[in-house]
Design a protein around this ligand. Structure first.
Ligand SMILES: O=P(O)(O)OC[C@H]1O[C@H](O)[C@H](O)[C@@H](O)[C@@H]1O
Length: 447
C-alpha cells in the first residue's frame, strides 16, 4: 500500500531523535489502551476500529440514499450541523472539489452548510438563495439538542415544507443523530424521515467516517469506498501491535509532545493548496477539543500558504518563539499548468518558462520550511502522494489515532469537552431559557 509519509528531520535542531524515541514504550502502551479500549474516555473509542467495522450494507445505504436525493435533480444539498457534525464533510468535500464548483455546471449538487453559526444575515441570505433552487437537506446532531443546528433546522424545515409540501419535504430530509436519545431523534420519528445513527461510542470530532460525513461526501459525488479504504489501511498501519518505529501516528504524537515540553505551545498546520483550508479547520477541532484542558495542551492554529506568508509570515519568522509547524504537502497536483515564455519578459519571469506552477509552489514550501527552521520554528512534514479520497482517508485516521495517543501522553482525557458547556450556560441564562432562572439572575448582576 502506498502511504502518506511523515518527516520530522526539521525538528532535530530543537529536540533530539533520542528524546523522541524515548516515548516508544509509553506510546506503545497508550496505543494498546486505545485499541483495547481500556484508556481514559474508553466509552468514546468506537472510532479506533470504525473503518474496518463499516459494512458493505452501510456503504450501500449511504450511496443509495445519496443517489435517491441526487435523482431529485437538486442543485444544493444543505448540511445542517456544527463542530464534528459539520467540519468533517466540509473538509473532505472542499479538498476534493473543483475550486470553482459553485460557478460551474456540475453533475452532483453543491453542498452548503447551515447551523454552523448563528448569523442572522447568513440565514436570511441562505433562505433567499434556496427559494430559487432545488434542494434537499441533512440535519445532523449527535446530541440532537445543539442550539445552532436546531435553530437553523426550525427555519429551513418550514421553508422546505412550504416549497415542496410536507410529504415531499419529508422525502428530502435526512436526519443523522443518536439511535434513541435527543430531540432530533423524536422529531425524525414523528416526521418519518430517513435516518442514520451516529454510534454512541464515536464522539463528534471523530465522526467523519460515520454517516455524519459519508452521506454528504457521497451526495457531492465522491468515492466514499476509497475514503474508507484509506482509513482501513491506516487503521491497520497504526494498530495495536504496530511498533513505534513503524507507527506514523505514534511518532507524530511523540514529536509534538516533545516539542510542547521544549516550550513550543502552538502548532500551526500549514497547507500549500487552498482546498485544504477546511481540512485544517477539522484538525483544529480534533486537537483543540481533545487536548485543551486542565490548563494544558498545544494550541492548534492553521495557515494557508503562500497566501498567509504575505500576512502571517513575518510573525512566524520572527515573533514569539513558541511555535512549530506541521506542513501538509501534496506531492503531485491533479492538473498541469506550465509557465509560458514572454518575449518582452517585463516581469522577469522567463527563468521559470516551461516549468510547472507546482515546481514554484514546492520551492516556496521548501524555502519556507528552511527559513522558518532558521528562525526557530521546528517543522514537521506530512506528504500525501495525491489529494484524493484514498489518501484523505489515511490522513483522517492517522490524525485521529495520533490525537488519542497525544492526549494520553499529555495526561488528559482526549474524548470529552467539558469546557464547551461554559458559553452555552451563559447564553441560555442571558436568553432566559426556562430552568435557568437562578443563572439568569446571577449573570444579569454582572452586566
Ligand atoms: O453533533 P452535536 O451533538 O450537535 O454537537 C456538535 C458539536 O458541538 C458541541 O458543543 C461539541 O463541542 C462538539 O464536540 C460537537 O461536535
Amino acid at each position: 500500500m502506498e502511504r502518506i509519509s511523515l518527516n520530522f528531520d526539521k525538528t532535530f535542531d530543537f529536540i533530539s531523535k533520542d528524546s523522541i524515541f524515548s516515548y516508544k514504550e509509553a506510546i506503545e502502551n497508550h496505543n494498546r489502551a486505545l485499541f483495547n479500549k481500556t484508556g481514559k474516555g474508553n466509552d468514546f473509542l468506537g472510532w479506533t476500529n470504525l473503518p474496518t467495522s463499516i459494512s458493505e450494507a452501510e456503504l450501500a445505504d449511504y450511496e443509495a440514499t445519496a443517489a435517491k436525493l441526487v435523482s431529485k435533480d437538486i442543485d444544493i444539498f444543505v448540511v445542517i450541523g456544527i463542530g464534528g457534525s459539520y467540519l468533517g464533510s466540509k473538509a473532505v468535500v472542499d479538498a476534493l472539489s473543483d475550486s470553482f464548483a459553485h460557478l460551474k455546471t456540475r453533475k452532483n449538487p453543491f453542498i452548503l452548510f447551515a447551523g454552523q453559526n448563528i448569523s442572522e444575515d447568513y440565514l436570511f441570505e441562505l433562505r433567499e438563495l434556496l427559494k430559487t433552487k432545488e434542494y434537499a437537506m441533512a440535519v445532523i446532531s449527535k446530541s440532537g439538542t445543539t442550539t445552532e443546528p436546531a435553530l437553523a433546522f426550525r427555519l429551513l424545515k418550514q421553508d422546505i415544507e412550504d416549497k415542496y409540501g410536507k410529504a415531499e419535504a419529508n422525502e428530502r430530509i435526512v436526519a443523522i443523530t443518536d439511535a434513541s436519545k435527543g430531540a432530533l431523534r423524536s422529531l425524525a420519528t414523528i416526521e418519518g424521515y430517513k435516518t442514520f445513527v451516529i454510534p454512541d461510542d464515536v464522539g463528534g470530532r471523530y465522526s467523519v467516517l460515520t454517516p455524519v460525513g459519508l452521506l454528504a461526501i457521497a451526495v457531492a459525488g465522491f468515492d466514499i469506498r476509497a475514503l474508507v479504504q484509506g482509513a482501513v489501511d491506516m487503521e491497520k498501519a497504526t494498530g495495536v501491535d504496530v511498533p513505534f518505529e513503524e507507527n506514523l501516528s505514534a511518532q507524530y504524537a511523540a514529536v509534538r509532545n516533545e516539542l510542547y515540553k521544549s516550550g513550543k505551545k502552538v502548532e500551526i498546520l500549514v497547507n500549500y493548496n487552498p482546498k485544504l483550508h477546511f481540512f485544517a479547520e477539522w484538525w483544529k477541532q480534533l486537537y483543540g477539543e481533545s487536548e485543551g484542558k486542565e490548563s494544558k495542551g498545544i494550541f492548534p492554529a492553521a495557515v494557508d500558504f503562500s497566501s498567509d506568508l504575505h500576512s502571517m509570515g513575518q510573525y512566524i519568522q520572527e515573533g514569539e518563539r513558541t511555535l512549530f509547524e506541521t506542513v501538509l504537502s501534496v506531492a503531485s497536483p491533479d492538473r498541469e499548468v506550465r509557465i509560458p515564455t514572454d518575449t518582452a519578459d517585463l516581469d522577469g519571469l522567463n527563468f521559470l518558462a516551461g516549468k510547472r506552477v507546482d515546481e514554484v509552489n514546492k520551492m516556496a514550501e521548501l524555502g519556507t520550511m528552511l527559513a522558518h527552521v532558521d528562525g526557530g520554528v521546528p517543522n514537521i512534514q506530512i506528504v500525501l502522494p495525491k489529494l484524493n479520497e484514498y489518501f484523505l482517508g489515511q490522513l483522517i485516521q492517522f490524525f485521529e489515532v495520533a490525537c488519542g495517543l497525544s492526549g494520553y501522553t499529555l495526561g488528559v482525557n482526549p474524548f470529552d469537552q467539558p469546557g464547551v458547556e461554559a458559553y452555552k450556560k451563559n447564553m441560555f441564562a442571558l436568553l432566559e431559557k426556562p430552568g435557568y432562572e437562578e443563572a439568569t439572575k446571577a449573570i444579569k448582576k454582572r452586566l
